[in-house]
Every structure is written in C-alpha cells, then in structure tokens.
Design a protein around this ligand. Sequence first.
Ligand SMILES: Nc1nc2c(ncn2[C@@H]2O[C@H](COP(=O)(O)OP(=O)(O)OP(=O)(O)O)[C@@H](O)[C@H]2O)c(=O)[nH]1
Ligand SMILES: [Mg+2]
Length: 224
Amino acid sequence: MIINVKQDVLEAYRKRAEEVRAELEARGVYMVNLIGSPGSGKTLLLERSMERMPKLERIAVIEGDVETQRDAERLERFGIQLVSVNTGGACHLEAQSVAGALERLELDALELIFIENVGNLICPVEFDLGEAARVAVSSVPEGEDKPTKYPALFREASAVVLNKVDLAPYVPFDPDYFRSEVRRLNGKAPLFELSASNGDGLDPWLAWIEERRERRRAAGPQNE
Ligand SMILES: Nc1nc2c(ncn2[C@@H]2O[C@H](COP(=O)(O)OP(=O)(O)OP(=O)(O)O)[C@@H](O)[C@H]2O)c(=O)[nH]1
Ligand SMILES: [Mg+2]
C-alpha cells in the first residue's frame, strides 16, 4: 500500500489555514504575511512602520526564523505582542505553527498581525498561513529581475514592496523593468517603492495597511 504522506500533510495545512483565516475574520483581525529574501529589509520595514503606526497595543508580530530570536528582539522596544517561531531548519512557516503562535497572543486585543516569514523567495510561497494579505518584499540591490525569476511570489502577492530605493544611485537597477515585470505578473497588487532605512515613500504603504486594518476592524463582530 502506498500512503501519500506529503499530500495528507499539505491538505492538513490547507485546512488549518482556512480555519485560521475564518477565525481572524470573525474577530476583526487583519493578518499580513511578509515574504522576501534574507536581508530584503522585512524587519526594518516592520520597525519603521511601528514607529509611525497608531494603536500599537492592537498590533502583534509573529517572527518566523530558522534560528534565533534576533528579529523579535529588534521589535521589543515597541511593546507590541510578539511571538518568535523557530522552524528548526525549515525554510518557511506553515499554518500549524502560525495557529500555535496565535494561541500565545491575546487575540481579543488585536486588530493587525504581521507575520515575518523565513527569508526566502521560494519555500514560503506555497504555504497558505491563513493570512488576509501577502506582501512580497524585494529590494534594489537584489536586482530588477527578481519578479521575472521568482514569479510565483509576485503573482500571488496582495502588494509588492520595493525596498532600499535609497541605494538606487549606487547599484545597477532598472526600475522600469522591475515595475513592468510586476505589472505583467500581477495586474492588481499595488507597488510601494520605499526606503525602510530613511523612511522615504513609507506613507502610501502605511495608508494601505491602515485602510485594510480599519475595514476589517469595522466589519469584526467584537466592534459591532
Ligand atoms: N540602505 C538600506 N538598507 C536597508 C534598508 N532596509 C533594510 N536595510 C538593511 O538591510 C539589512 C537587512 O535588513 P533586515 O531588516 O534585517 O532584513 P530581513 O529581510 O528582515 O532579513 P532576514 O530576517 O534575515 O530575512 C540591514 O543591514 C538593514 O539595515 C533600506 O531601505 N535601505
Ligand atoms: Mg528579518
């Protein structure tokens, strides 16, 4: 007898992701899954965003990393709810571990949850975590061809961030090519070109998040 373990496990993950999504929707909580290469600036984007976002007491971050709590430690100063998930080698998070992280959060207090996925452009893409939005984080020094070479992430994204625009004068990067490739792959996702380092271009990104947080909060039963 052949047992297709992989199929069963993936099916279990998919089911768990749907349960997570339904629970958060019912509670009026908006969850965002950040996916990008190691060093693309996911954590710095979160830091810069936390510096400007209102109602930090209603925000949580789930930090996915292969090892260490380093990224979670960088966010401690904001006093937000934080859970660090070490995958012990795996190159992505899956819905089971996110569900476990949610159990450690005080969900009733929350409106917005960010997941920083493990730095990787490939593995995390096929794992639905139950998020409401998936954000692809790319950056100038990675080169303009990342959407072309890793299309699945960009095709599925709810939004695309192009980070490190402050480095554009110093490294070869063709912004028009990047933009046209994002558009070719994904006609809907907004593209936010910004610098998490100096804060340039951050406002449209923050407005996009806040608009979604507010819409979800207003629809949530806890606020009726
Ligand atoms: N010049 C510049 N550097 C940046 C910018 N954003 C991030 N960095 C730097 O890039 C490096 C990596 O940033 P992180 O925020 O740690 O990247 P990450 O995506 O969280 O990395 P992993 O968690 O390892 O996947 C750090 O040295 C940051 O200071 C930016 O907008 N401009
Ligand atoms: Mg990080």
